[in-house]
Structure formats: C-alpha cells, structure tokens
Write a protein that binds this ligand. Structure first.
Ligand code: NAD
Length: 497
C-alpha cells in the first residue's frame, strides 16, 4: 500500500508498515484494517499502516512480559542494556536525514527543525538514558528497632523495574516522544510496548526496524500502531502492563487515569498546557518580542508548553502587541520541505477546524483578532498565526488548550495581581518571565504553579531537567534524575543480624 510516488524527495524511505513484535516484524492479525498516513502539507496519502486490535496488543504485551521474566533479561548487566541504547543511537544517527524527511512528511514539521531539533533530541535521549542504566542505586536505611530493644537490623532499598511499560505518544514530536518512553524504560530494566499516535506513526515504525537491527532481545521493545480508543485502550486495560507512560491531551489522560485504577497501574501523564509568557515592564524587548512570538508560533503552536497566554505589564503592552502582531503577519506559511517556510501546517483538517472553532468562539465572546484569526484555503491544513486581544480570564480562548498558532494577549495594569493572573488556569505546565530584574524573576518563578518556569527564554527542554506538569497538566516527571522514579519501584529489604 506504500505510495512512494507522493514522496517529495528521493531520500524519504518509507517503513515497511509492519509491527515490531517479539523480535520480528509482523503483520497484524487482521491485515485488512489499515490507517492512512497523510502529509499535512498537501493532504495527500503517503501510505497505510495497521490499525491493531486488542488481540495484537495482547500478543505484544505477552512478548514484553516473557522477555521481562526471562533469565537473559533479568541477568543482563545494566551497562549492557545501556549498550543496546548506544547502538540504537548510532543507527538513528546514521539514518538521521532519512528519518527527518519521513518525520516532516508525516507531521508537517519544518525539515530544518526536524533534523536539528527532533532528531538530535532523539539521539541525545538514547545516549542520556544509556548512561543512566549503570547508575541505578538504592540506599542504606538506619532503623529504629522497637522490640527487642537490643536487636540489630540492617536495611537497604533497591530500585526495581516496574515491569512491562505501555508507552502512548502524541503527534507533535513523534520520534522524540517514542524515545522518551523507550529509552528510560530499557535503561531502568523494564520492557516496553509502544503505541504511537495514529496521526504520525511512520517514524516510530521505522524506528522499530532500527531497533531490530540494533539487536535488542526479542520482546524488549514492541511497537503496535492503531487508534487510541482501540489499541491504546487495550494497552491501558491489559493486566500485565504495570505502568503507562503517556503524553497527550488532558482529556485522554483523565480517561487513562480512571481506567488504570482497575489494575492499579502506575502512570506518568504528560498532558496539555496554557502556559503564560509574562513580559515585565523592564524587559529587553529585542529579546522578549521575538521570544514571545516563537513561544507560540513554533511548530505551529503544537507544543504542549506553547506560550499561549501573553501577559504584558501596561507600559510595554502596546509595543509588544504591535511587535508580535507584525511577526505574526509576516511569517511565511508553507510546506514542511520549502526552506523558506517559517510556519508549517496543523496536523489534520480536524485540528485546523478545532482551532478555528475555538477562535471563533472567542471572537463571539468579544475577543478581537489583532493578526490572523482564520484558516488558509487551499491544499494542506494551515491556520494563520493569530493574536487575540480584548480577552478575559473566563473566556474559552483563555481557558482551553488550543494547540495551534493562537495567542491571547492581556494587559497587566498597576494593582493587578500578576501571580494570580498567571495561575488563573486549570493547567500548570510551564511559564516564561521576561525581565532584567532578577529579584522579581525569581520571586515570580517561586509563586507560579507550573512544572517549568523559564526566565528570558521559552520552550527550552533538556534531558537533564525534570519535565512534567501540575494541576490538569499531568502527574509525574520525565527526564533528569526524576526519570528513575517513573520507571522503578523502591523495594525495602530488612534483615535482623
Ligand atoms: P491525544 O490525547 O488525542 O492522543 C495521544 C495518544 O493517546 C495517541 O497515541 C492516541 O492514539 C492515544 N489515545 C487516545 N485515546 C486513548 C484512550 N482512550 N486510551 C489510550 N490511548 C488513547 O493527544 P494528541 O492530540 O495526539 O496530542 C496533543 C496533546 O498532547 C496536547 O494536549 C498536548 O498539550 C499534549 N502534549 C503534552 C506534552 C507534555 O509533555 N506535557 C507533550 C506533547 C504533547
């Protein structure tokens, strides 16, 4: 079903469209149930890939469980699990150009960015977690014996892998997110079944081929594709899956959290956001204006930490609004492969219409479009970079995650409580503060209810820094030293001497 004729560049290599299951590339049980992968820059079909059923998911989970229980996996030296990840890093590096092409074709992400950011993050992620595999440690625990008083005890803790991990990823950073789930799971001794987003499964399928080439033990990593409500839900419901590592929308995260109660699964949920970009009266506008624009328009606004609420102190409000609106009006929309493109398409017609719907609600509630405010006619799914003024905290445009290139601008007047305004959202993922006043910057950073606060920058994600959200933005943290808590359980061992 692969239709290479639509590939925009000879370097694009399509995956075989087979599942990675128990160390083999296989067809799904019902080979006729397929999903079309569509190029959002043009609306054309690229190829079709399997829509797996619960039975396929069960095969994958059983394979992951067999591998987890096997002597070979249990006795593998941690540093050798790291070597598997290092080998995969080398393979991804060798194929980085090809993978970047495929990613941009399937997701509409700008090719230059995909190569420089997404693929580099993927390679770095494999190396970062490869290093962790050999640095897993517990603690000695001093006890307080009650009876008998003279007894001597020794106790220590270990970090044990949780077991089979179900990874479920969204469409905005497909290959990067896949590695974010696979690499720590393997480093900390778990096995994995990964289900990528049905909107962007191609690079994850290709990754499966490279995982096979890297020589991972059969069943250590399994990849199944399919719809969220079917394949995703089957993973969440499966009693052998001990933990779900999910990145996606808050609505799906809530469903997963509720469903996980039945089997008492561990979960980490990396969900949506409505992050404020806060520009204080003494900000350096040469940095703050392009910074605020990039915070929302990068990746067409399809970033969970996008700066979608622009809060500007009164003295700078007009200048900032004018500056960001100018940028919004001049950004060049286009195909992921055109080097002149600055803003690519949204992932699907549905997403473009959803963004349009929320903006129109906002306009009906009294917001004013200072730039953009409409979709673009023609091929592909484009929405104009948009800045909305005249907004109030209770309006739907200010409360809902739009996940498109739309920012709501608000003036912060003397006497307004800036912290209260910044925290007036059901989300708590990120925030940025732009100022030259370090005292105020740190004071605000301390009081903003978010997983990450940036000062004079935005959207800087680093594997060494814990990442995740508060409130409706999720549970748990990935990356950094926190990752060990996400993929292992502490076990206490106590001995009487
Ligand atoms: P989504 O929730 O629609 O889908 C995410 C994944 O969940 C997909 O693989 C989908 O198939 C699966 N899924 C859907 N329903 C399911 C169910 N009932 N059971 C199990 N799995 C199911 O999200 P999306 O639209 O693909 O991604 C956009 C969202 O992701 C945005 O809200 C964005 O903020 C969020 N996101 C968050 C982060 C973060 O780290 N906090 C990063 C990127 C994206």
């Amino acid at each position: 079903s692969a239709d290479a004729a639509h590939a925009p560049h000879p370097a694009v290599r399509l995956p075989k469209g087979l599942l990675l299951l128990d160390g083999q590339l296989v067809e799904p049980l019902q080979g006729d149930r397929m999903i079309d992968a569509i190029d959002p820059s043009t609306g054309r079909t690229i190829m079709a890939f399997p829509a797996c059923s619960a039975a396929d998911v069960d095969r994958a989970v059983q394979a992951a469980q067999r591998c987890f229980e096997s002597r070979a996996w249990q006795s593998m030296r941690p540093i050798d699990r790291g070597r598997l990840l290092e080998r995969l890093a080398l393979l991804v590096e060798d194929h980085a150009d090809e993978l970047a092409m495929l990613e941009s074709l399937d997701s509409g992400k700008l090719i230059g960015v995909t190569r420089a950011i997404d693929l580099q993050f993927t390679i770095d992620g494999l190396r970062y977690f490869a290093g962790w595999s050999s640095k897993i440690a517990g603690q000695y625990v001093a006890l307080n014996p009650l009876v008998p008083e003279d007894a001597i005890y020794r106790a220590y803790t270990e970090r044990r892998p949780v077991g089979v991990v179900g990874g479920i990823t969204p469409w905005n950073f497909p290959i990067g997110q896949a590695i974010q789930k696979i690499a720590p799971a393997i480093a900390f001794g778990c096995t994995v079944v990964l289900k990528p987003s049905e909107e962007t499964s191609l690079t994850t399928l290709r990754l499966g081929e490279l995982i096979l080439e890297a020589g991972f033990p059969a069943g250590a990593v399994n990849i199944v594709t399919g719809f969220g409500q079917e394949a995703g839900a089957a993973l969440v419901d499966h009693p052998m899956v001990r933990k779900i590592a999910f990145t996606g929308s808050t609505a799906t995260g809530q469903r997963i959290l509720a469903a996980s109660a039945v089997t008492m699964k561990r979960v980490t949920l990396e969900l949506g956001g409505k992050s404020p970009t806060i520009i204080l009266a003494d900000a350096d506008l040469e940095r703050a204006i392009p910074g605020a624009a990039a915070a929302i328009f990068s990746n067409s606004g399809q970033i969970c930490t996008a700066g979608s609420r622009l809060l500007v102190e009164a003295p700078l409000y007009d200048q900032v609004i004018e500056g960001v609106s100018d940028i919004a009006r001049t950004l060049k929309l286009g195909s992921a492969f055109d080097p002149a493109t600055q803003v690519g398409p949204l992932i699907s017609a549905r997403q473009r219409d959803r963004v349009g719907g929320i903006v129109n609600n906002g306009l009906a509630e009294g917001a004013i479009a200072l730039a953009g405010g409409e979709a673009v006619d023609g091929d592909g799914w484009f929405y104009r970079p948009t800045i909305l003024g005249g907004v109030a905290s209770q309006m739907s445009v200010m409360r809902e995650e739009i996940f498109g290139p739309v920012v709501c601008a608000m003036r912060v007047d003397d006497g307004d409580d800036l912290v209260k305004l910044a925290n007036d959202t059901p989300f708590g993922l990120a925030a940025s503060i732009w100022t030259r006043n370090l005292d105020r910057a740190h004071m605000l950073a301390d009081r903003i209810d978010a997983g990450t606060v940036w000062l004079n920058t935005h959207n800087v994600l680093d594997l060494a820094m814990p990442f995740g959200g508060n409130k409706l933005s999720g549970i748990g943290r990935e990356f950094g030293h926190e990752a060990i808590n996400a993929f292992t359980e502490p076990k206490a061992v106590c001995m009487r001497l």
